[in-house]
Ligand binder design. Sequence first.
Ligand SMILES: Nc1ncnc2c1ncn2[C@@H]1O[C@H](COP(=O)(O)OP(=O)(O)O)[C@@H](O)[C@H]1O
Ligand SMILES: [Mg+2]
Length: 319
Amino acid sequence: MGLNVAVQMDPIERINIRGDSTFALLLEAQARGHALAYYTPDRMAQRGNEISATVQPLSVRDALGDHFTLGEPRRVNLASFDVILMRQDPPFDLAYISATHMLERIHPGTLVVNDPAQVRNAPEKVFVTEFPDLMPPTLLTRDREEIKAFRAEHGDIVMKPLYGKGGEAVFRLTRDDLNFGSLYDLFAATFREPWVVQKFLPAVRDGDKRIILVDGEFAGAVNRVPAPDDLRSNMVRGGVPKATDLTVREREICERLGPALRERGLLFVGIDVIGDFLTEINVTSPTGIRAVKSLAGVDIAAMIWGRIEAKRKQHAIAT
Ligand SMILES: Nc1ncnc2c1ncn2[C@@H]1O[C@H](COP(=O)(O)OP(=O)(O)O)[C@@H](O)[C@H]1O
Ligand SMILES: [Mg+2]
């Protein structure tokens, strides 16, 4: 069954194909005989209820410096695709939210992965607060007194932006750190939103585990160990990917989250766990599938396409 697939993503010439999960999904789609088209979000338009974009046929190769070929651009109705992969990277800002509103008009007639309305409702560090018993003690606020009280209670804390990504502006403050006042002022001047204040988890030294769930089922995991001179485990900050297994607690976390993810059409999700505590549920543009493949030999891209194809079959039968 060859599907007509479009990918909405950032400029394809800029991606690092060695680590890019979107690229892994595109390679797998092509290998399964699906036709690929490519567009960037700035090429979308809405007239009335019709959502269109200037798209280009795309073919991909796992070759550094020569990883794609694009065909002639043409304006098409996005509802003409069977599947759209929404894979633009955060920031989760109003540009991002506008794109989810447009794609919501054509889903689920066109299967948008992940469901755009649900993505909009589930920013990574907000959605996770629906599972407070799985999380470390966490406060979302920009109120100085609240943060002081939380700090007095928990000692070592981390402050990080609510809509941050890739380890941006993640700070640890020890109990006696005199920089709190200045850091507070800097956050208050930089961010308009509340931010995340969280108990510092010493287990981060052993890594921050990315666990991938496909349609609510555990699919694979990779541990990311921070560089000795950095708090942050993100691979873009020098975190080193390591093969790993799930602990009993992590299996429990997956079982708790599975139904909620399935129900919401969040088909490709990456959760982050530090020392038994869930810290993020990434639904916008999760990564990690290439690292899991190279470390554990598990092909998550194939699992994702298997689920997408099954969903398209069900849809065809139902309509
Ligand atoms: N509460 C915490 N305790 C210890 N380390 C943390 C904590 N929160 C974040 N970190 C470190 O900072 C990194 C980035 O934080 P995270 O919450 O995952 O935000 P981002 O969206 O930027 O990845 C984590 O991978 C981890 O190494
Ligand atoms: Mg993270």
